[in-house]
Write a protein that binds this ligand. Structure first.
Ligand code: DX5
Ligand code: ZN
Length: 215
């Protein structure tokens, strides 16, 4: 299965987002990863709905929107209207499993891929009931909030449990501290989508950096 590479624009130059999106598009990126943070669910504030809508006008490849916000059910519709092609929310942001299921259904009914994400301290067992419902499962290998942190390999072990219990069509994505070496570990564990911010955007050779994530 081909690995889906999703460069995180959190590490791009925010004064040159159009240039930086074209740059990864021309170098083989599959999706554009947009990190949405609200200052509540995580201690940082980044991109919101109007910027996502503006990026939709620029991007030729799908927008992979990662919501790190409280009450994602309140904003899902707005991000779908803004042009999210994949909409991922956090398990920890939801009150109960029923609400998780409701939001997955809502996103899928809108014709958008639904993703569910877990933070480092959440065991894989918690989200097993949803593996047949979601299109994508995102395993965080850093505490969400900032780019450029160190990969936590014990979190990546969860990929194996998820893969074992998931339908073959599930996209298993990893996010946090991904480079050629950690990306390979995750692929060996069964991941087929890699998010990378710093490794791609801070590289002197973006073509090789993206290509190295597939090797
Ligand atoms: C972290 C974000 C990541 C981040 C990854 O909260 O969800 O997408 O941008 O950055 P790197 O690849 O630099 O760890
Ligand atoms: Zn992310």
């Amino acid at each position: 299965m081909k690995t889906i590479i999703s460069p995180s624009i959190l590490s791009a130059d925010f004064a040159n987002l159009e240039r930086d999106i074209k740059l990864v598009e021309q170098n083989g990126a599959d999706w554009i990863h947009i990190d949405v943070m609200d200052g509540h669910f995580v201690p940082n504030i980044t991109i919101g709905i109007p910027v996502t809508a503006a990026l939709k006008r620029i991007a030729a490849i799908p927008l992979d929107v990662h919501l790190m916000i409280d009450n994602p059910e309140k904003y899902a519709k707005d991000f779908i209207n803004a042009g999210a092609d994949i909409l991922t929310f956090h398990y920890e942001a939801m009150d109960n499993d029923e609400k998780v299921l409701e939001l997955i259904k809502f996103i899928k009914t809108a014709g958008v891929k639904a993703g569910l994400s877990i933070k480092p301290k959440t065991p894989a067992e918690k989200i097993i009931p949803f593996l047949n419902e979601v299109d994508l499962l995102l395993v965080m290998t850093v505490e969400p909030g900032f780019g450029g942190q160190k990969f936590m390999q014990d979190c990546a072990q969860k990929i194996k449990v998820i893969r074992k219990n998931a339908p073959v069509t599930l996209i298993v994505q990893v996010d946090g501290g991904i480079n050629a070496e950690t990306g390979r570990i995750c692929r060996d564990f069964g991941a087929n989508s890699l998010v990378a911010g710093n490794y791609i955007y801070k590289s002197a050779d973006i073509t090789s950096a993206i290509a190295s994530l597939r090797k």
